[in-house]
Design a protein around this ligand. Sequence first.
Ligand code: GLU
Length: 488
Amino acid sequence: MTAEKPRVRFAPSPTGDLHVGNARTALFNYLFARHHGGEFILRVEDTDSVRTSTDSERRILEDLAWLAIDWDEGPGRGGAKGPYHQRERLDLYSHYLKILIQAGCVYPCYCTEKELEAERAELIFRKMMPRYMGKCRNLNDSERKNLADQGREPAYRFRIGTESIAFTDLIRGAMKFDAGAIGDFIIVRSNGIPAYNFAVVVDDYLMSISHVIRGEDHLSNTALQLLIYRALGFKPPVFAHHALILGKDRSKLSKRHGSVTVREFRERGILPEVLLNYLALLGSSLGGGREVCALEEMITSFSLDRAGKSGAIFDEDKLKWLNGIYIRQGDLHSLTERLLPFIRAAGYHKVDTLDRVWLERVIDAVRGDLSTLSDIGDQMDIFFDDRYVLSGEAQRLLGKEQALTVVRALQEGLEHPPLSADNSYRRIIEIVKRKTGVTGKNLFMPIRAVVTGRIRGPELDKVFAILSPASLKHRVETAISGLSGINR
Ligand code: GLU
């Protein structure tokens, strides 16, 4: 790498929510910049007036901020090489278009969409590769005037030569393209809006981008962009094309594979640092099979080579597994804060009125069973009497004679006040054990079932410490009256 500090960019097109694949590209650029002490630029590629929306842009910026991928220059930050929206850079593209026209590298093309469509169909019919065959390539001035007089607005096409295009990709090594196989391509449309390949060259050059790190789906674009760099006499940046994220069937990850946007994972309760951790290590690991990695460490250990060499399968179960680890290990206080919106969404509208210390104990008791933040509602239901229900499994378990004996003994044990001491759980278990002679699973399972309504859940001593004595008694009584009915 050059001695100068690198400048890299992430250049989203605001045509929808941020895809995890694009978030990964943003992350790679961000980590590369931070690792080398360079700059990370955000540029909004909003020239497509039909598909672009300001709402998408807002949501993409929000998602990047949520992931804590912050940019040094770009929207909201400014910078010396702005503006950072392509729509505000149209004069710059016009300027370089003129230079290319004067140099004879670009020519006006008057073909209509219909004519081009017919040409494409004809080539496909003749089993030839569809591309522009150069109808307007060698028009003379009077032919051009004639077409313009018909009211046709020209698009501008880049005149392709026969030279080969070669470059060294930082991830993929030596790359070579045959220019002869590419038709003259449009760099400015008839409505005056630059095509992606042209705008991106002008911008990357003027923004002094040193490294272009993007998905390998852009490789064929890179060939075209290199031709434009050459024609303009610009030194091209270094390119690094990383492999894409794949679905379980090894095709490019898309909607049909399930959730694919950052927003979806955010709304389902994946933590931002987990999504970053997962995307950074997807397809690789820190060595020694270690998978949990904080941002600082990702920056220190970042290597483009390791990051993007081979296509990696997006495994949602693994993402959730990693999320569970963070939920279990994180600071309880901030976990509680992050859970609040999910608790509200689960119908606990008055969660703010709950005693915070009690709520944190509840969260601490159940966090081992959460793989996403949105699991919280279901898990904490067991601590609220109005949500207490005996599940089918619990009813079946309690339907056995011995289980009912245990529950009756528990009821008696609960009659021995006070229950406030820390050891109350142990004391009660001792009483039930003594009274019934039942031990182990046969003792604990009926107690769990009757107290929580479920056969799986948090440690029983935590449950006893959180539920009030009145609540415990109420549950046991309700269950016994219900079960006596069943057993009669
Ligand atoms: N706007 C392009 C995209 O979203 C950027 C590609 C590039 O990085 O050059 O795919």
